[in-house]
Design a binder for this molecule. Structure first.
Ligand code: GLV
Ligand code: GLV
Length: 324
């Protein structure tokens, strides 16, 4: 008789993915709530599970992995996987997988929504009209900043960073990037130039963060580096909050050094530095980089396919480790 696998899903993800698992006769335990399961709940449920589908807001640490004796696969419903102790999972021969590529266009588009929203003061202007204050065209009403022809600095030229830069070509921007290795094809395609972080910060009008969160990138943009930024520059972060020292960012905005910021992620999500929501020159989004119906459905399918592939074939479709 075919063995029935047991999968814990830490939140209700789109049916597109859950159906794939059900079709194969898997039993699913879905934590259908707006808040994450507690650590105790996760530990209790994982004891009998073969697979886990989790979110970036679930901390899958050493202790949890160590106590999940049947677990074979941790499928993160995200491209970033800083929430999982991957090294320890590898030691325990557990596959860790993510959802790369499919969310690149959605996240790059959202990055552009922030670049334009901050520089054109879209959120403030919309609130102005809604509150009945629009009394007619005025020469100096809501003056923003030009984007076309400016310099865009990409911190981390992976898939998403490159996709943001490709879109910038339509705005005739000069593109600088920071990356561990040169990206020749990317340079040929976009004219992007690889520079040191310091130079990028000093010369970019827009700085957009696209690196993963690791020990090396924690507070990569600290007070000292933020002070290097060009006067009047705009910072965009759709990657991970802790890459930026949020308190130092608030100071840089208050001092007027930065003209604005567009943030989809925060240092201590879901908490936000209390001064950020009081500032008119920032646009704040609730971590929705990949939030389109198409993308989230595809991410759900991808997470499910990874679980199925590991449990039935002993290999992952989108592995982030090599446990065997
Ligand atoms: C979202 O932040 C992701 O990593 O997919
Ligand atoms: C995301 O994972 C990227 O490669 O940019």
């Amino acid at each position: 008789m075919k063995k029935s696998f047991r999968i814990y899903v830490t939140r209700k993800i789109p049916d597109a993915g859950l159906e794939l698992l059900k079709e194969r006769g898997y039993s699913l335990i879905v934590h259908d709530s707006e808040t994450p399961p507690t650590k105790e709940e996760l530990a209790r449920e994982l004891k009998d599970c073969d697979g886990l589908i989790c979110l970036l807001s679930d901390s899958i640490d050493r202790e949890l992995i160590g106590s999940a004796r049947r677990l074979k696969v941790i499928a993160n419903y995200a491209v970033g996987f800083n929430n999982i102790d991957v090294d320890f999972a590898t030691k325990r021969k557990i596959f860790v997988t993510n959802t790369p590529d499919i969310l690149t266009p959605a996240t790059a588009d959202l990055t552009w929504a922030l670049i334009l929203a901050v520089s054109k003061r879209i959120v403030e202007a919309d609130a102005f009209v809604r509150s009945g204050r629009f009394k007619g065209w005025q020469p100096e009403l809501f003056l923003g900043y030009d984007v076309t022809g400016k310099t865009l600095g990409i911190v981390g030229a992976g898939r998403i960073g490159q996709a943001v830069a490709r879109r910038a070509k339509g705005f005739e921007m000069n593109i600088l990037y920071v990356s561990n290795s040169p990206k020749e094809q990317f340079e040929a395609e976009t004219g992007a130039k690889r520079v040191e972080l310091e130079e990028l910060l000093k010369t970019s009008d827009f700085v957009s963060i696209h690196c993963p969160l690791t020990q090396k990138t924690f507070h990569l943009l600290d007070g000292t580096r933020l002070r290097l930024m060009k006067h009047g520059a705009i910072l965009i972060n759709t990657a991970r909050g802790p890459v930026v020292d949020e308190t130092a960012l608030v100071d840089a905005l208050k001092s007027g050094r930065l003209a604005g910021a567009g943030l989809d992620v925060y240092e201590n999500e879901p908490q936000i530095h209390p001064e950020l929501p009081t500032m008119k020159n920032v646009v704040l989004l609730p971590h929705i980089g990949s939030a389109t119906t198409e993308t989230r459905n595809e991410m759900a399918r991808m997470a499910a396919k990874n679980v199925i592939s590991v449990l039935e074939k002993g290999k992952a479709v989108n592995p982030v480790n090599s446990p065997c």
